[in-house]
Design a protein around this ligand. Sequence first.
Ligand SMILES: *[C@@H]1O[C@H](CO)[C@@H](O)[C@H](O)[C@H]1NC(C)=O
Ligand SMILES: *[C@@H]1O[C@H](CO)[C@@H](O)[C@H](O)[C@H]1NC(C)=O
Length: 394
Amino acid sequence: MDSLGLFILLILVFFHWTAASSPEEITWSYTGLIGQSEWSEHFPDCGGPSQSPVDVITTQTKYDPSLIPVTPLGYSQHGNMPFTLHNNGHTVLIELPEWMGVEGLPWLFTATQLHLHWGNGGPGYGGSEHTINGLSADAELHVVHYNSELYANMSAAMTQRYGLAVLGILIVVGEETNPAFNHILNYLSRIRHSDQKVFIPAFDVQALLPKDLGRYYRYNGSLTTPPCYQSVIWTVFHERVQISKAQLLKLETILYSSKAEEPDRMLLQDNYRVTQRLNHRIVFCSFTAEAGKELTSGEVTAIVIGVMCGCVGLAVIVRFIVKTIRFFKLLHVETAVVNSSTSSWDVLHNNRPAPMPRTKEPEKEKEKKQTMALKATSDLERKDEPSLSCKTEP
Ligand SMILES: *[C@@H]1O[C@H](CO)[C@@H](O)[C@H](O)[C@H]1NC(C)=O
Ligand SMILES: *[C@@H]1O[C@H](CO)[C@@H](O)[C@H](O)[C@H]1NC(C)=O
């Protein structure tokens, strides 16, 4: 009886706790009690049909020539006001000034914040949210904007259709340090714990983006964190941005998802959501495999040399063929002489008397002279051939 009473009490406590928690208060995470697979129980949209991120299968994307380059507005005009860098327990984010925005989408969008997603094992162990043909990048930057033509502010826009536009930038480890990312990474040690904020010097946000903003994937999706509203027009750039291994390790090992006052420190790692089903959605691309591919100077040189070699080779081959034809015609003529009888073929096709017998030496000399004479003319081979047939004339 006692255990039953305790059980009922526990149930009541549990329901009270559930009822008391509004969606904002629920502490979700990537793994653990309310991990990714439990999100939809507390945030219904997370179980919706148009969720993000997705795996972009390049052979199944559809080229849309109307997708013009995305143009950041005011990203470089950061002004003198410092930015706020914030560890919110799920990511590190910077609140962006409202004069920053993005053009090239069906509406004008105003920037609100940028944040990052990463893994835990260094380069090659995943960390990005979007994947390309099943392959993860090491991290991913998201620049979040709201539709300021249709909606008054971020909170009004985020639940609505076409409310948000997020730029997704895949980050991979390369040889060199990316100085733009140090504007963020250098200050992570000041916001190690969840809920901590710090002012940092403003910097050129556009320097975080890839150079090629013309080639990207576009699809309709959602926020990749609860409440997973399906209001996002996604732009995932084809070009990846590089940071050094040391920079990636900094991002992966400095921050905690736990608050300063919490006794158990939890590293903020693997804050990426697994890819979601496309469910009949189409991922469009602004480019085709061939078109718009810029050639490096090395490639151009290779092509020029290749074409030149090809032309020379072709000239040699043509010359060889012409000489061969000439040789066989000569052979044919000489065979006819040896036979000393005019075949019907000869009469019909050459329409001329049987060739006169002659020696080989003068023939060669004659040919030499003709070749020399014709060398100056542009189409040497063409004129040479009819002249050959004339040689047998008496
Ligand atoms: C956002 O806009 C809505 C609708 O105009 C308004 O009711 C709300 O107070 C605004 N919220 C903020 C935080 O400004
Ligand atoms: C997004 O959804 C709308 C409405 O269904 C559709 O018209 C539009 O083409 C979609 N855009 C993309 C990029 O899939």
